[in-house]
Write a protein that binds this ligand. Sequence first.
Ligand code: FES
Ligand code: FES
Length: 229
Amino acid sequence: MSPADTHPHDESDTAQKPSRRRFLQSAAAAAAVTAAPHAHAQQQAATPATAPTPSATPMMPVKLVINGHPHELQVEARTTLLDALREYANLTGTKKGCDRGQCGACTVIVSGRRINSCLTLAVMHDGESVTTVEGLAPDGDTLAPIQRAFIEKDAFQCGYCTPGQLCSATALIAEYRAGDASAATADVRFRPAQLSDDEIRERMSGNICRCGAYPNIVAAVKAVASGNA
Ligand code: FES
Ligand code: FES
């Protein structure tokens, strides 16, 4: 029989020559074998054999006098003073802006000095006194002079930065009256005769206001520092 007599679908011939169907069947089988271990690995990764055991975080006691009231808090050692005030003492007037020392929204006064409460741990201030915006007014019914001045001078818009601005301004005026110099002071051996706008801007430069109420904030601080508020 000559090759010309052979039927195109003859079985013996098909066994010898690769056909398109056989090629596709082989390729599919190879792909399945290759993919199987990978799929198994993925399944293993998604369902770990044993769930991680949560580790107990030891709590530490910290005593703070906040706005004149003693507080004894149990906090994790890593708790910032900002979180201790907001989450443990329920004093949410102090705001969290950046949580990295860039905006000043978290400014409070600790033992007479203003600090960014997001940059310090609560346990580092055991036994110290803290003043927050809630404690600036001498009592619950009146406002502190700086708070009145902020209202009169329209020194805020959204108000998010305002608690930090108020604490910073309060400490600024005390620092100025105590004779502290600033980077804007012409001769650091002497207290400047008055708080100029430049002095106030420099001394308030750690407090950012995204609403841009700066001119009115300067006016409010100046009014209080000069006794006109
Ligand atoms: S929240 Fe502390 S400096 Fe911004
Ligand atoms: S009043 Fe809005 S950020 Fe200062």
